[in-house]
Write a protein that binds this ligand. Structure first.
Ligand code: DHB
Length: 540
């Protein structure tokens, strides 16, 4: 450690305040400020939880080796962000249901919940200060702060594993893809981040990441072409309904435009090396690759269902649960045959209220088959009738009336909500004859996007696809991507292109799966993420 760093660390050291949480067998440094010039101190801080055996009562590192073989200097650090809906987030406490702190701590890791500014953050002067790419900048400042404390607090700061869900999953992907990029330096400096440290991470766990906002609208229409009924997002401000004729016409042309982008990525099959492309409809090797991933996902679920192992997705029970003696003694489980026929119930959680209730299973026999070893899905279209249904309006992200999270994410201090999708104005122009009234209302707003160079830069800064494989930044060596088979918050092609592009670098270890029956959220099987952290930390 050089002298400058030692002095700074000693200064930090005096600020460290460990609180012992006897019930959870850990120490907590609560709301540690991670940058010296915070605009919203309650958001620009982190909670650091450390398993008790790594610290003495005086806050010194112990020599103890834990059951995983880690000591205070080698134990990996989980770095979870709480950005949801691109909203600002204060750090989570242990009891927060949105946090996985208890699970990670139980497995012996240091766990950090890092707060960050978000789309509606305001500073003390009531000025907006959390627009793109600020959430990412804050999280990078958090990483730099932790690295700065290497050797002073427990945790191997060369083994930081970023974790996030949805918009947070986007940030986790970005932390993995944009390590040490110069593109954020100005903002990092302004926030008072520790500039002499790096901000690359060891691994990124990306749950249902809402990324590639440049192409997410097109990808959504490609996936849901012809599906004009949407389920709605009451918490965003719209319920169930049908696309207007204008939106439906837009959808068709947006779907037509997506393959040009997809095919320009030059993706290849990681095993055969063959080109992965798509056609205008649900066709081509890219579509087949997606269907194969879905079939593998169902097969994994069925094998676990048969063996009685813990499942992904909501809790499941047999239909006659109240009557059967076996069920009450915990023996009877749902068979794959009953599952496919819809003879079961799922404990569904309301996304907004968090309340759960049992709902009847769906008959999937029209599109899902199982031969005891492999699952088969007849097609995406069949799946979309009842299982994987359209959720959003069209455009799904850059909303016509600026109601989506992303419209506010791309606003400015002066203008809270903005359009941002550069593809839409030219597409709308092709609808001028058919829909002059609608174009008169919407087109000009979207035209502004293509004139705004500052917006273009901020859009590029939160699109990880721009950074993958670029030599000028450091990529995390490990990525784990999980998305639910029922997730329709974004197109399933978004995670597929992310995974394939990462694999193509040849230098990144990518673990990518679709997780059966999971909706948008922390889509995973119990215990898998902690096993992954142990595996990658041990191998490296
Ligand atoms: C989130 C969900 C969305 O559908 C979206 O467009 C952006 C963010 C979220 O849950 O974080």
């Amino acid at each position: 450690m050089d002298t400058a760093k030692t002095q700074l660390s000693e200064m930090e050291n005096r600020k460290i305040q460990w609180k012992y949480l006897a019930e959870h067998h850990c120490y907590l440094w609560e709301r540690a400020p991670y940058c010296s010039n915070p605009e919203v101190p309650a958001e620009q801080c982190m909670n650091i939880y450390v398993p008790e055996h790594f610290l003495t009562e005086n806050g010194e590192l112990t020599e103890q080796i834990d059951e995983n073989g880690f000591n205070a200097k080698t134990v990996p650090v989980i770095f979870e962000n709480g950005l949801a809906g691109y909203h600002e987030a204060e750090p989570f406490d242990l009891e927060d249901p949105r946090s996985a702190a208890k699970e990670f701590l139980k497995n012996g890791f240091v766990y950090v919940s890092c707060g960050c500014r978000g789309r509606s953050s305001e500073n003390i002067d009531k000025k907006r200060c959390g627009k793109s790419p600020i959430s990412l900048v804050d999280l990078k400042a958090g990483i730099r702060f932790l690295k700065h404390l290497a050797g002073v607090i427990p945790g191997d700061m060369t083994r930081i594993v970023s974790v996030g869900i949805s918009a947070g999953g986007a940030m986790s992907t970005l932390l993995g893809a944009t390590g040490n990029s110069k593109d954020y330096e100005e903002e990092l400096r302004r926030a008072g981040a520790v500039m002499e440290e790096s901000d690359d991470v060891f691994a990124a766990q990306c749950y249902c990441p809402i990324i590639d906002l440049d192409h997410a609208d097109l990808a959504y229409e490609w996936m849901f072409r012809g599906e004009t009924h949407y389920k709605g997002m009451p918490f965003v401000g719209f319920g169930e309904g049908d696309l207007t004729p204008y939106a439906a016409a837009l959808s068709e042309r947006m779907a037509d435009a997506y393959p040009d982008y997809f095919n320009s990525l030059g993706l290849t099959d990681p095993i055969s090396g063959e080109a992965i492309t798509i056609g205008k409809g649900l066709e081509g090797s890219g579509y087949k690759y997606l269907m194969k991933k879905l079939e593998q996902s169902a097969a994994k679920y069925f094998k676990k269902l048969n063996s009685g192992e813990a499942l992904s997705g909501p809790e499941i029970r047999v239909l006659d649960h109240l009557e059967t003696a076996e069920e009450s003694s915990g023996k009877k489980s749902v068979s794959v045959t009953d599952y496919i026929a819809g003879n079961y119930e799922l404990l569904m959680k309301n996304r907004q209220s968090g309340e759960s209730k049992w709902v009847a299973g769906e008959d999937k026999s029209g599109w899902l088959i199982w031969d005891g070893e492999k699952a088969g899905i007849t097609g995406m279209k069949e799946m979309q009738k009842t299982y994987h249904t359209r959720l959003k309006l069209c455009p799904a992200f850059d909303d016509l009336n600026l109601i989506q999270a992303e419209n506010q994410e791309f606003g400015t201090p002066q203008c809270d909500k903005m359009h941002f999708d550069p593809y839409l104005a030219p597409i709308m122009e092709t609808l001028q004859k058919e829909f002059p009234k609608e174009n008169a209302k919407y087109l000009e707003g979207y035209r502004e996007v293509n004139k705004d160079r500052e917006l273009e830069k901020r859009r590029a800064q939160i699109n990880p696809m721009n950074y993958i494989g670029k030599a000028e930044n450091s990529s995390a060596p490990h990525f784990r991507i999980r998305v639910g088979s029922k997730d329709s918050d974004t197109s399933l092609m978004i995670t597929l292109t992310l995974a394939l592009k990462l694999m193509q670098t040849g230098t990144t270890d990518v673990d990518y799966e679709i997780v059966w029956d999971e909706p948008h959220g922390r889509a995973d099987y119990p215990g898998e993420v902690t096993a992954w952290v142990k595996k990658i930390a041990a191998a490296d």
